[in-house]
Design a protein around this ligand. Sequence first.
Ligand code: MOS
Length: 741
Amino acid sequence: MTQAPPHATRPSVRVLGESISRVDGHVKTTGAARFSAEYPYPDLAYAALVPASVARGRITGIDVSAAMALPGVRVVITHENAPRMRPPRKPSVANLATLATGTSVNYLNTDEVHWNGQPVAVVVADSLEGARDAARVVRVTYDEQDATVDFVREQPNARRQKRDALGGGEGRKGDAVSALAAAEVSVDLRFSTPMHHHNALEPHATTAVWVGDTLTVHDGTQNIDWTRRHLAHKFRVPVGNVRVVAPFVGGAFGGKTRVWPGTILAVLAARVAGRPVRLMLTREDVYRTVGGRTPSTQRVALGADRDGQLTALIHTSVTQVGRVGGGPEQVVSQSRHLYDAQNILVEQRQLTLDAVSNTSMRAPGEAIGSFALEAAVDELAHRLDLDPIELRMRNEPDRNPLDGKLFGRRGLREAYARGAARFRWADRTPEPRSMRDGRWLVGMGVATAYHPAWQLPANVTVRLSADGTVLVRCAFHEMGMGSATAFGQVAAHALRVPFEAVRVEYGDSDLPAGPGAGGSAQTASVTSSILAAAARLKRDLATLADRAGVSPDEPPATILTRAGEDHLEATIGSDGGLGRVADQVRFMSKFLRDRRRYVKAACGAQFCEVRVDADTGEVRVTRWLGVFDIGTVVNAKTAASQLRGGIVMGIGAALGEESLVDRDTGRIVNADLAEYHVPVHADIPRIDVECLGDPDPTMPLGVLGAGEVGIVGVAGAVANAVHHATGRRVRDLPITLDKVL
Ligand code: MOS
């Protein structure tokens, strides 16, 4: 973060909402920004993981002799020689930090294997290559047990999920089953989506340094506080002895929310080796040891009268969790909120596999649930001979359809109206295969984006100095979203100082604890505390101004100087602070109470144009427009980038991404970027993004969050456009050319 010379003037331009380039842009583009695997330590050793090759069983023997014989190998840690660690705590929403647990396995403290890829040994060597070479020659034998690894085969064993604390699980209004049977027009459809992996540009990496009983960890995490608490617990040291440093994270998307074996075993290896240790996961290690997005099967059934008024909406899903952890994804959640059906039934089932815990991945649930729901709405529109936007508008509710709650904000009508005009939706001829450009069949599709808005506790310190500078301190996360820039803007706006006067410190557990960067909640969470700090500072400034006999309207620096004060500071602890569980519970209870009155969510309209090769079935996305209601836009440039990133990831899910699991061994067979197809530049057209920009009155500064809503609806819009182009309905992601032909 650079700092301009002191200012004592009013900002000359509006700062909130401005397209200010990222303050970390320069250090990132020049390579000066240091990521977790780039911290130099003298005497640094390197670690590599040995993954289990069976999905379930017990280790009967580990032969490390060949590994130990290689040059530079210091130690091979296995369950036979590893120091004891405390088992992870049981995850509970009552204590947020317990949710850090990636899986319940106490790695290398057990001979049990729970998934194919679970680390069963760690090699420590003087060089990275040495460690990886040695890891390959560790010989492990197993007493293999029958494993349950096939998501498709296990479908009948899925169990119903009860309504949970986060508002997931079952929901019903009226009798949707009877209403569907009686409907004048209906569709009843099955969909499936595969497992996905996050594939952040920076694979997970940890550099761990013990000095006595104090630990410093450079770890590419999106939850510094959880990581710190989890490691303190496991290694039996006070929380204050653990420092987690993560100023830069090279993308995360949910994959770095929890603490996975790589981080824990780097810390263990450093303990055993008596040296700083670096463990960088290979891309394959990421697939083996970090959970991905659950696969799903879904049913969406819609009934309507001839005018297109929905009488029945049924949305059910089956997802997987690991036997050793993972949580349900809220696949059907948007069906509680999007359409004004007279009768609604949403239901989630889950099954348990011998697999690594699934974890949150960008809009967990909504990203894949919206594919099914929005494709089904499109099919119903086609059946009704109604424009798909018109069908949505006829079912756009004034209140939450399931329970009549108020919406904090809901800009969907406006988003569709603006989007349709800008995308020239009126040029679309409704009949499938009716638009053509040479050998390309042209199609246009829409879908609705929706993501709930959350707020988490955030501790923030804001300091005003007499030299005119402002310092914001909070251990939030900068994973490429532009958060450091956005919070500088929020502080400048709240204190009415120039943006250049604000410096922001983040990404270090030595700072006041921030929220995890998850649930699209970081901006609203930290903003809330910055606003509270600013309010307190303004009150204290007024007192000082009074004492010094100057107008309280003078710039803060003038007041401080005239009052003879060097600085003024305010610390906000989100109703008490992150440190104590009771305070977190109080904060979350208050937020959840508010959510009992209001549905808080970002939404949007996705517009997609595809061209499909009439002979080969190749699908190219050729135009995109997303019009979003994310409440207040803090920074137009970074918000648009977030939304665009979501759309890119959604196009990946629509057309290419799929983690393939071997049905016999439970091994992920395409654990690399050669075989797992994320979009490349050539796959992505120009993406236009527009935000409505009006604040949500129920959220801090009106902010709803932009990190996840962008991916929602994308696969649905692509599928609908493909149908319009070709007449083919593909209800099984990804939409590959073999399914289109
Ligand atoms: Mo997210 S999937 O809450 O990083």
